[in-house]
Write a protein that binds this ligand. Structure first.
Ligand code: ARG
Length: 256
């Protein structure tokens, strides 16, 4: 009789302890960048780290019951840090690529992106086919740098910060820049009106994933949390907050 009672007690206690003391909750360092609008950037007034990526990972952490602490760095440093297993989590508009998958575990995709060419408003470059021997800027370690090197004969100039390339295009020191569509669009809208434009098609569709150190135990829970955010419309809300329009149907969740 006593034994039966004991056995009953065990699962009961386990259920009752859902409000874990904060000492039980694991805290993970999240490596991120601070210069990739609107995914991650510093609010100019408060100095706080903000953006779509930041909100997404915070919400995932809440749902999967872990805590996060952000550490900002250059994207190429972040990439190297993720590849060497230095950081457990990285979120930086990172495109999921076969090569990166060899050393990094990715979440399910959370954003569909692609590369676009940006040129001065008065440029006669009409598409990526016109960049031979032209000076085209990019960011070190990014998929656009790889694209330029592999598929074009442009003179590639890769910078530690993409905004340096953007500024150089604006001021005529570069003929163009190739980078992620949402970031290029954001820059043109905020700093390049009447001075810069995009040309040609979106090159190379890419999906962003949250990066985890290889073999990470968090991936499954993070994926479940992310999927639940898509399903219940939280993802769509965050998307609209940062992009000013609803996401494509596939991200709209089950209620729609
Ligand atoms: N999506 C591109 C890549 O993965 C560029 C990402 C840049 N992200 C950043 N936070 N600077 O290579």
């Amino acid at each position: 009789m006593f034994l039966v009672f004991m056995m009953l007690l065990v699962p009961l206690t386990a259920c009752g302890s859902s409000s874990k003391s904060s000492g039980d909750v694991k805290k993970y360092t999240v490596a991120t960048d601070s210069n990739f609008k609107p995914f991650e950037y510093l609010n100019p007034i408060t100095g706080e780290l903000e953006g779509f990526d930041i909100d997404i990972i915070k919400e995932i952490a809440k749902r999967a019951e872990f805590e996060v602490e952000f550490e900002t760095m250059d994207f190429d440093g972040l990439l190297a840090g993720m590849q060497s297993g230095r950081y457990p989590i990285g979120v930086a508009g990172m495109s999921i690529t076969e090569k990166r998958k060899e050393s990094i575990d990715f979440s399910i995709p959370y954003y569909d992106s692609g590369l676009i060419l940006m040129v001065p408003e008065n440029s006669n470059i009409q598409s990526i086919d016109d960049v031979s021997r032209k000076k085209i800027g990019s960011r070190q370690g990014s998929t656009s740098q790889t694209y330029l090197k592999e598929f074009t004969s442009a003179k590639v100039e890769a910078f530690p910060e993409i905004v340096t390339a953007y500024l150089d295009v604006k001021e005529g020191r570069l003929d163009g820049a190739l980078y992620d569509l949402p970031n290029v669009k954001n820059y043109i809208a905020t700093e390049g009106e009447n001075k810069l434009k995009t040309v040609g098609e979106v090159l190379q569709g890419e999906s962003y994933g949250i990066a985890f150190s290889k073999g990470s135990e968090i991936v499954d829970d993070a994926n479940k949390a992310l999927q639940s955010m898509i399903d219940d419309g939280t993802y769509a809300e965050l998307f609209e907050k940062y992009f000013g329009e609803p996401p494509a149907d596939k991200w709209l969740g089950k209620e729609h």
